[in-house]
Design a protein around this ligand. Structure first.
Ligand code: GDP
Length: 184
């Protein structure tokens, strides 16, 4: 991402969030869609952590979210506790066309709860909702897991730009609500 400069004075709140989930579920494209409104059909994972910023208005406040992307590290199980450190929110992504990426969510949730902040806001995202004919995970499966684990849930398409903005905004708004309550 080239969107890495930050002016802390230009916002009321600044916080870190992370993207997690199996390889090739669409994390990088969700991020570039949200941060830059771009989609890349043959995006190749690059190695190393990348991040992007985006300002959002929540009520009359300007909230700047710093969103970290694993940038392919999950392939080598190389994500360490430092990736999660200080993160107030996580977007946990699976691919609705690959059942295995849904089955692996348990592993990701375990890792999140081990390394992440206790109050971390987690949004579960079933991506690639445009690929209707290839679907292997029903919407109800995502909803049930979200209910069981107390997560927010949404299906998205980074390709067709469906619900991407909503999913990030849901996470950011929730974090803001928790952060502003704490500072009361
Ligand atoms: P990451 O490894 O989780 O960061 O996944 P990428 O963002 O690199 O995406 C992996 C592949 O899935 C790429 O070929 C993307 O073009 C494709 N992809 C990502 N999101 C979508 C989507 O919403 N719909 C479709 N059809 N393909 C997608």
């Amino acid at each position: 991402m080239d969107n890495t400069s930050v002016d802390e004075d230009s916002c009321d709140y600044l916080f870190k969030t992370v993207l997690i989930g199996d390889s090739a579920v669409g994390k990088s494209n969700l991020l570039s869609r949200f941060a830059k409104d771009e989609f890349c059909l043959d995006s190749k994972p690059t190695i190393g952590v990348e991040f992007a910023y985006r300002n959002t208005k929540v009520g009359d406040k300007t909230v700047k979210a710093q969103i970290w992307d694993t940038a392919g590290q999950e392939r080598f199980r190389a994500i360490t506790s430092s990736y999660y450190r200080g993160a107030l929110g996580a977007m946990l992504v699976y691919d609705i066309t690959r059942r295995g990426t849904f089955e692996n969510l348990k592993k990701w949730l375990h890792e999140l709860r081990e390394f992440g902040d206790r109050d971390m806001v987690i949004v579960l995202v079933g991506n690639k909702s445009d690929l209707i004919d290839l679907r292997e995970v029903d919407v109800e499966d995502g909803q049930k897991l979200a209910q069981l684990e107390n997560l927010c849930f949404m299906e998205t398409s980074a390709k067709d730009n469906l619900n991407v903005e909503d999913a990030f905004l849901q996470m950011i708004t929730k974090i803001y609500e928790i952060a502003s309550q704490k500072s009361l």
